[in-house]
Every structure is written in C-alpha cells, then in structure tokens.
Design a protein around this ligand. Structure first.
Ligand code: BT5
Length: 324
C-alpha cells in the first residue's frame, strides 16, 4: 500500500505540475482506474489539494507540509547523507534515538527526523521547544576519523551548511552566532547540538542535532520564547516545505563535510567567518568559570572562539553563551 502511494507521488513529482491522466497513473503504478481514484481521494484526506480536469487528468496544486521518509527521499541528491532515514511522528528526542542507532553501528549519513519532540534538548540540559507540524527536528550520524578536540569544528560546519541551504530555499540571509546559533534579525531560528561517542582519542560517531523553526507563527511560540525565537515563516512571510529544506541541508552538509575531510578546517573556517555576526565586536561570554568580556577576534583552528580582553590578553573559549 505505501509502495503504491510513493509510486503515485513519484509520478506526480515527475510530471512537475503538469496534468497526469488517470490512464497514465494506472499504468505507472500498476493498478486499476478505480484504484487510482481511491488513492487520489486518500491524498485529499491527507491535505493534498488536487485539481481534476476532464480528459486531462489530475495535478497536485498544493502539498501538505508533511514530512515522511518518502518526502525526504524523493529527489534527494546526496550520496550518503540521508540515505538511511528513521522517521517518526513523535519521539522524546531525535538525539536519543540517534545515540542508540550509532551505538548499534548505524552507517554514516543515517538521519533521525521527527515531526514532534516531547523532550527536545539544548546544550547543558536546556530544553528545545519542538511542536508538531512546523519545524525540522533532525539528528545526523557521521563517523569522521578526526581527533576528539576537532569535533567542535563540526558544529561550525553544520551552521554554514544550514545557512547556505536556507539562503537557497528562502529569501532570508541568516547570521551565525558562535558557536551554535543561527539568527535572523537577532532572533534564534536554528539551534545545533553536537554530541559524540568516543573512546581514548578515537571518535566512534558524532551526532549532530539541528532544530529549525520553519513554519511557526509568532503565537505558536510559548510566551518566554517570543522575544528571542523566530521562524522562517515569521521572517520571510512565506511557507517553506520542510522536506525540501532537509534535502538542501543534507546536500550542503555533504559537500562541506567532504571538503573538510580532504582539505581540513581552514576552508570551512573562512566560510563560517563570512556569516559570523560576533566578530570584531565587544562581547560577553558566559562560561562555566564565569563571564569573560572582550573583543571577539576570530576562531582558531580548533573552532574555539578567541576573545581579546584588557586583563589577560587572548582567551580561547570552547563553550559559552555569547551576548553581543
Ligand atoms: C541549542 O541549545 O540551541 C541546541 C538545540 C538543538 C535542538 C535539536 S532538535 C533535534 C535534536 N534533538 C534534540 O533533542 N535536540 C536537537 P542551546 O544553545 O542550549 O539553546 C537552548 C535555548 O534556546 C533554550 O534555553 C531556549 O531559551 C531557546 N529555545 C528553546 N526552544 C527554542 C526554539 N524552538 N527556537 C528558538 N529558541 C529556542
């Protein structure tokens, strides 16, 4: 049944907005005209809008913004990223599922995507608000052969990939705030959480979680987030198809990751700096050892933030919250 459904969607995707006759569809998916009609009705029930014209056939005029393995797979151009998809309507946290899959040996490029998280996590045990129907809650599993100290670089790499994908799919020009926030108009659009499984100095897997607010309206956010959080829809005024954005992110990520593995962090660092908002400004970094205030002068080759302070000279910061 779900095989027929994906063939039907594939046929419409190939027709690219043109009409498809009932005859053509029934040949393509290998069932009777009556069965085609029934499948079309099922699509309508799921929120698809279809136009039916006598003698010409059907075409999809609007798709629901539903994510599923099928929607992510259809048209995905990557080699490894997202070739293995674990999708669920609701999970506690995609990070938790990805951790288990990684420990069980899941292949590089495996992704876990959920429509809703009941216990989405940020850094340092903070929570990540992950309602259904509007956001991208995704964890990617990779297995780079790099020293543990270099793994923060992957957070920065992911931020660049997501900014590039958003620039391609929307009209927005997001900024990156070290280390893991993507902002538009000073509000948080994306958060990234990088976790790893390692032993001695050997990285087994890196699990990169990304939370992206896509189609929320302002009133969808809880009160305490309204002044600090935003979505693609709020900022651009246009709905964005989540599965298309996921595909674009996976493709950008794969290209940057392959560049990183062959040429190292320097080319990534240059790209990252071109999107960074905190550089050359006086900032406050709240670390677990207290607040450091100074001018952000760049990131070093590990991905650490370099802050020039009046008292102590240049400080290297690996983990903090930044205020600009
Ligand atoms: C982050 O933490 O920004 C990392 C968020 C990673 C979420 C993804 S979703 C898929 C995967 N599965 C998970 O369980 N997590 C990852 P941090 O820098 O600690 O920021 C957390 C703070 O952001 C919270 O304390 C809130 O202030 C704010 N926040 C929470 N939900 C938000 C949202 N949906 N949009 C914007 N800001 C939010």
């Amino acid at each position: 049944q779900s095989g027929l459904r994906s063939k039907l969607l594939e046929a419409f995707s190939k027709a690219d907005g043109e009409f498809l006759s009932g005859q053509k569809i029934s040949e393509y998916i290998g069932c009777s005209r009556t069965a085609v009609w029934k499948h079309i009705e099922d699509l309508r029930k799921e929120g698809y809008e279809l136009e039916a014209v006598r003698r010409r056939g059907y075409r999809i005029t609007k798709k629901p913004d539903k994510i599923s393995s099928n929607e992510i797979q259809l048209g995905l151009q990557t080699k490894a990223m997202g070739r293995n998809i674990h999708f669920a309507e609701e999970v506690t946290s995609t990070q938790k599922i990805a951790q288990t899959l990684a420990a069980e040996g899941a292949q590089e490029g495996t992704i876990v995507v959920a429509d809703k998280q009941t216990n989405g996590r940020g850094r340092m045990a903070r929570t990540w608000y992950s309602p259904s129907g509007t956001g991208i809650w995704m964890s990617m599993i990779i297995r780079p052969n790099i020293p543990i100290n270099n793994t923060p670089q992957l957070t920065l790499l992911t931020a660049v990939a997501i900014v590039q994908a958003i620039e391609e799919e929307t009209t927005l020009k997001p900024d990156i705030k070290w280390p893991n926030d993507i902002l538009v108009n000073g509000k948080k659009l994306v958060g990234i959480l990088t976790e790893l499984q390692a032993e001695a100095d050997q990285v087994h897997s890196v699990i990169i979680g990304t939370g992206i607010n896509v189609n929320q309206l302002e009133e969808h956010f809880p009160e305490e987030l309204r002044s600090i959080a935003t979505s693609i829809y709020i900022e651009s005024g246009e709905l964005c198809e989540r599965s298309k954005l996921i595909q674009a992110i996976l493709l950008k990520f794969e290209a940057l990751y392959s560049l990183y593995l062959s040429k190292g962090f320097i080319p990534i660092k240059l790209l990252w700096e071109s999107y960074a908002i905190s550089l050359n400004k006086v900032i406050q970094a709240r670390t677990i050892n207290g607040v450091i205030e100074g001018k952000a002068i760049g990131i070093d080759n590990d991905g650490a933030l370099l802050i020039e302070t009046d008292e102590t000279g240049i400080e290297r910061i690996y983990s903090a919250d930044i205020e600009i």
